[in-house]
Design a protein around this ligand. Structure first.
Ligand code: E4P
Length: 219
């Protein structure tokens, strides 16, 4: 499973990219707005740091404006992926851009029918939002499982499932077990992924035993 960072915080992105474990980035209008800086310069910097796909979202509701915005965003860097909302207009924009071989991430997906339509519209990625479904008492993980099952039924579907709105390590582990192609995680969750209390305990025990022995690897 590929791991994307759901962030527009360039300092955090640079720090977390040091281990070469970040395969891509997803941004959204809320994240870019919270950075409170020139979004084009910021996206360019992110695209320079992360060589993988970087999703940037259109914000207009109508098709001509969405297409114009997509053009502006695409010019920022080669690895920009155009994010469109899963609206009727968004699906049409997805079809138009996909025909032109532009990579599209169809976002704000909350049902299997929506995911299937995004795939038929040629989306490179579809982003089902787990946490926001859980927030309204539904089961976000079940949606990932259902979409995976449906996509597996049709060999011609090449659209990747990009599990989004991940709020916990349990979410991350569950989508990996289902076979999600990508999980996009906020910085806070990404930093927790490698941790286990038995790892820390084990390191402490090994270090203490080694110290007692008086032996040294580096002389
Ligand atoms: C993904 O592309 C979205 O930006 C993100 O996962 C939304 O997460 P949230 O529901 O926690 O805001």
């Amino acid at each position: 499973m590929e791991i994307f960072l759901d962030s527009s915080d360039i300092k955090e992105i640079k720090g977390l990219n040091k281990a070469n474990l970040v395969d891509g980035i997803t941004t959204n209008p809320s994240l870019l707005a919270s950075a409170n800086t020139n979004f084009k310069i910021l996206l360019k910097e992110i695209c320079g740091e992360i060589k993988g796909p970087v999703s940037a979202e259109v914000t207009s509701p109508d098709i001509p404006s969405m297409l114009k915005e997509a053009d502006v965003l695409r010019k920022i860097a080669k690895n920009i992926v155009i994010k469109v909302p899963l609206t009727w207009n968004g699906l049409q924009v997805c079809s138009i851009l996909s025909e032109k071989k532009v990579k599209v991430n169809v976002t704000l997906c909350f049902s299997t029918s929506q995911a299937l339509l995004a795939a038929k519209a040629g989306a490179t990625y579809v982003s089902p939002f787990i946490g926001r479904l859980d927030d309204i008492g539904e089961n976000g993980i079940q949606l990932i499982e259902d979409i995976k099952k449906i996509f597996n039924n049709y060999k011609n579907i090449k659209t990747k499932i990009l599990s989004a709105s991940i709020r916990s390590i349990e979410h991350f582990n569950a989508v990996a077990a289902i076979g999600s192609d990508v999980a996009t995680v906020p910085v806070k969750i990404f930093k927790e992924l490698h941790k286990h209390h038995l790892t820390d305990k084990g390191v402490d025990i090994f270090t203490a035993d080694w110290k007692k022995s008086g032996m040294k690897i580096l002389t």
